[in-house]
Design a protein around this ligand. Sequence first.
Ligand SMILES: *Cc1c(COP(=O)(O)O)cnc(C)c1O
Ligand SMILES: [Zn+2]
Length: 464
Amino acid sequence: MAYRAEFRCVRGCDVAYPLDAVVYRCEACGGLLEVVHDEAAWQRRSPASWMKLFDDRYLRNAWPYGSGVWGKKEWVQPHVADENVVSLFEGGTNMFWAERYGASLGLSDLWIKQCGISHTGSFKDLGMTVLVSTVKQMIADGKPIRAVVCASTGDTSAALAAYGAAAGIDVVVLLPEAKVTAAQLVQPLANGALVCSLATDFDGCMRVVQRLSEDPDLYLANSMNSLRVEGQKTLSIEIVQQFDWEVPDWVLVPGGNLGNVSAIAKGFTEMLRAGLIDRMPRIACCQAARANPLYRAYAKARAEGRDLREEDFEPVEAGPTLASAIRIGAPVSLPKAVRALVAARGVVEQATEAELADAAARADRTGLFNCPHTGVALACLEKLVARGEIRPDDRVVVVSTAHGLKFTEFKTRYHEGTLDVPARHRNVPVEVPGEVEAARDAILRALDHRDARAEQHGGGRRVR
Ligand SMILES: *Cc1c(COP(=O)(O)O)cnc(C)c1O
Ligand SMILES: [Zn+2]
């Protein structure tokens, strides 16, 4: 086969494992593994020819290459046979030009990458297609895998359950009791997964699932399993592709377990080495202030005027946050994230509950429908712009990680005014009589009232 890849230790131990081995950590040092490709094979093809190949396949019909992930198969998982690919047409999501929201911040080139417009409503589909396809290949090759298991803050389990169901592979999900939304709970139930509700938080579920997966019959689907990173890194390729192969100046992404920020940096680094791009974007990892261990480590390194190091990090007990999918105090992918941030001259920022809720709602006013995690990234964007780190003409991409419809309680309660935040962009229904004339009067009065308010607040210009 022309293209090859294997697992290696991120700390550089002299170990290598095939991608169909049931192994999640380096057997020499216990560190994380990552997928390392035979990049010399990539380099035998010109950058222009890779770009053309990826463009020719993008959103077309030849199975499975129309998928945003599998269109880059040689860079992702070359050993999986096409008939074992489990794809639900992931990737290929809209790059929303945030013209009005950007203008309100003084930015002319702001984009929101809508990863939540996906089969299960979050970016987790990008990684899960790769993991479940690899498992299907392993089962086809005779490996005795009984089920795939994960701990989740809600979106990983939804993705695993859907891909497992599509492939006919059993799925077990561990959820922290009462800490996921109704939509996130019903997704794996509907897809027939074995759903376990544990009386602990996500970090507790993670500890249990790591022990469970010591049994080789139970294959681990958390992002500690670096197969998922291979799917998620295609997000970077797709971003550049959507700008006709130009690199943005900034990519902002909310971070919890820190798999996604690591994956995004890996995608850009590999494109750089293969000559598809000529520079790295800067990456901003955005955390909720109540679950901010990476932010704390970064602030410490910055105060000492040096790069972030792994030793700066201390786990925290993550507090309750509206951004429930990033309520994580001991992120598994920390070592990869530290390297990613150093490679991408990265920054880490944080947002309070009020800041994330208002930023999500403010951007919603310009046509978006943001989940709270995207709200965290938007609030951090507003801070980086205010500080002058992001400049007015920078091209900025904010990665929106999930669909707002998975978090309707958050959005409903914001507008009802029942969240414990000031809710500066509330919008409430107006009661209108049922007769035509009276209804017209009430509607016109309400419109006048809105115009007056918009003027009062400035910048509320409406295009008629
Ligand atoms: C999983 C998730 C994140 C965090 O991604 P990590 O890779 O854990 O940092 C952010 N937002 C949403 C909606 C998620 O589901
Ligand atoms: Zn090692």
